[in-house]
Design a protein around this ligand. Sequence first.
Ligand code: SF4
Length: 280
Amino acid sequence: TDFKSDKQPTWCPGCGDFGTMNGMMKALAETGNDPDNTFVVAGIGCSGKIGTYMHSYALHGVHGRALPVGTGVKMARPDIEVMVAGGDGDGYSIGAGHFVHAVRRNVDMTYVVMDNRIYGLTKGQASPTSREDFETSTSPDGPKQPPVNPHALALASGATFIAQSFSSDALRHQEIIQKAVEHDGFGFVNVYSPCVTFNDVDTYDYFRDSLVDLKEADHDPSDRDAAKEAILDSDKEYQGIFYQDENSVPYHEQHGVDEDMSVLPDGAPEGATDLVREFY
Ligand code: SF4
């Protein structure tokens, strides 16, 4: 199945978002999905354009608010595949509150964060994942505060699937996204997706040289303590699955709803389910 739309991406040549998107499209196809049952929700930023380039249902939402929209789609239509995409600024700054709550609800969707450690669309300001000493036009001496550790935030919020991939390691990236899609619950993947225009520190070469694959490090993703140790290890850059709870029960199942039904709360106005479905 082809998830590629006929729109030509306007990302800078060489941007990591190309590889991130290719892996997402292949993972969706490999897991038996097709454009008719897939809904992609994107935030704002370079990464936010992804819904236009993917051949599926899509919504280019409001800055930092892609996760609540994705949650709404999944609540109204538990039977369809929901993938939410955004950048590090969108997800861990303005969207940080939503991230925590989407994680703890364990809604059955995949969240892909294209992390380039910079705001690219607005031409290179420090983002929540920028290094402390990363010099930008708005922080000439660096932001002087430690970066957000999104995996630690996810673990502390009760995540059931936490992973890291690299857009340029195509097969491994696809494999990791695929596992997130197959996961019963909230599949969170932070993807190192280099910005070739505004970040000359966190480059392809940097990630290629520094990434350690958890698979090769004999990491056991079912071991939460081991996950915590790897996530808090600030000396290393890892790729792979940090943590997966194999007994995860997604939100709609926790509430006794099967895939054919809406999970709108008791007391919702009569016909609301049909209205929501019509809207989407
Ligand atoms: Fe990609 Fe950076 Fe260009 Fe945005 S500015 S499209 S993140 S390379």
